[in-house]
Design a protein around this ligand. Structure first.
Ligand SMILES: *Cc1c(COP(=O)(O)O)cnc(C)c1O
Length: 429
């Protein structure tokens, strides 16, 4: 019998001292209902909760742990680094090695600055784009998430979509007015916005493959159209690769999709599960950052030695073994094939979106290509699906608006079991 009694007790206790009992909203299971499970430890593809339940993990800490939890080389590197102190607030050689490694892997990055989260990376990239162009407006896409900085909390995906939050109290009208939004995959809408705000758009920021309204794939020509528009209009084109980077390819979405960005932001995989983000790009733009230029950006813990060594070790592992990313892609393809074959004769409307090791299941008859179509899915059915799998040892993202992230520690048996459980679930409804 599935029992999460200890988790429930810990959740009640947590709510007494932490808002909603969690330090990031989606963890509270508010949209799927029920009580979140509290994790005790993780190894490889599995999570273990405080009640002794084991789960096949399809979140991988929302992306970072692409080779699985507690990857031995990463753990060892962190342990060894900790012996030498946890932070210095002064430069280290490791930071240059990390920067050089990233520059050797990804296109269009001449200079890169490390920060401590994806949020920080994106908000810094926007400030830089504004400083560089001397313009105020930015364009983002409905359902895309770029962290929780004020400018991005307009029609944002991820937890805001999950919780149905449209406007965030605390974001001033002036900030919101500088953020223009367009539907994902709709080039004409962006062209119209740029025309209406001629010479005042500093940046277009996009998740090249969107992962914060489920996994949504850019239509052929969409990103290239944006690229051309940015070049024509002097707009800084920012790829938010916090999710895509080092996952869709060694060179991220830029490499996989063959599109060049002016600035790129990273997070998640880049830190191997430690708090890390980064933004980088063309030398001409990046040279505006302090201390080279006047666009100020700083961080007490930026380039932290434990975070750097963790990220450096994981990225080196990926670079030295290019087969690893192909392997996790193949496993995700196996999950896609299993799910779509099984769903095809059930009479339940569905769409499964997949690219590389990102995948999401949507219970809807219409293709999911943007936020509006993602919103048409049967959320109630997804929530039941989530709980059925959870109580049978499979941990999916607790929201229909999130991509699943596969990790390479998953076995084909784990994936077949997930498909079989999905089949069992559909038989119950
Ligand atoms: C997770 C995410 C962020 C925010 O990163 P944090 O480390 O949570 O601040 C930004 N952009 C995208 C695309 C993300 O998926």
């Amino acid at each position: 019998m599935y029992n999460i009694g200890t988790s429930q007790q810990l959740f009640e206790k947590a709510k007494q001292s932490i808002p909603g009992g969690v330090n990031s909203p989606v963890r509270a299971f508010k949209s799927v209902g029920g009580s979140p499970v509290f994790i005790k430890k993780a190894r490889g593809a599995y999570l273990y909760d405080v009640d002794g339940n084991e789960y096949i993990d399809y979140i991988a800490s929302w992306g970072p742990l692409i080779l699985g939890h507690a990857y031995p080389k990463v753990v060892q590197a962190i342990q060894e680094a900790a012996e030498n102190g946890t932070s210095y607030g002064a430069p280290t050689e490791l930071e240059s090695k990390m920067a050089e490694l990233i520059i050797s892997m990804v296109p269009n990055v001449d200079l890169i600055r490390m920060v401590s989260s994806g949020t920080e990376a994106c908000m810094s990239a926007i400030r830089l784009a504004r400083g560089y162009t001397g313009r105020n407006k930015i364009i983002k896409f409905e359902g895309c998430y770029h962290g929780h900085a004020d400018s991005f909390l307009v029609k944002a995906g991820s937890g805001l979509a999950t919780l149905g939050i449209q406007n965030v109290p605390g974001v001033t009208q002036a900030v919101a007015e500088d953020t223009l939004t367009a539907p994902y995959n709709n080039l004409e809408a962006v062209e119209a916005l740029v025309k209406a705000h001629k010479d005042n758009v500093a940046a277009i920021i996009i998740e090249p493959v969107a992962g914060n309204m489920g996994c949504i794939i850019p239509k052929p020509g969409f990103l290239q159209g944006l690229r051309d528009l940015c070049t024509r209009e002097g707009i800084v084109f920012i790829f938010d690769e916090v999710m895509n980077g080092f996952r869709l390819a060694l060179g991220g979405a830029q490499e996989r999709l063959g599109i060049d960005a002016d600035l790129v932001t990273y997070g998640k995989v880049i830190g191997a599960g430690m708090p890390v983000g980064a933004f980088g790009g063309k030398r001409e733009i990046m040279s505006q950052i302090a201390p080279l230029g006047a666009v100020y950006q700083a961080g007490t813990l930026s380039g932290n030695p434990l975070a750097m060594v963790a990220g450096y070790t994981l990225l080196s592992e990926l670079k030295n073994n290019p087969g690893l990313l192909e392997e996790v892609d193949r496993k995700t393809g196996h999950l896609y094939d299993g799910l779509t074959e099984m769903l095809s004769n059930k009479g339940i409307p569905y769409h499964v979106n997949q690219i590389g090791s990102m995948i999401s299941v949507h219970f809807t008859g219409t293709p999911v290509i943007d936020y509006a179509s993602a919103s048409k899915q049967d959320i109630g059915l997804f929530n039941k699906y989530f709980h059925y799998l959870l109580s049978n040892g499979v941990y999916l993202p607790p929201s229909a608006y999130e991509s699943w992230f596969l990790n390479n520690a998953l076995s084909y048996d784990d994936i077949d079991r997930t498909v079989a459980l999905t089949d069992d679930f559909l038989a119950t409804i």
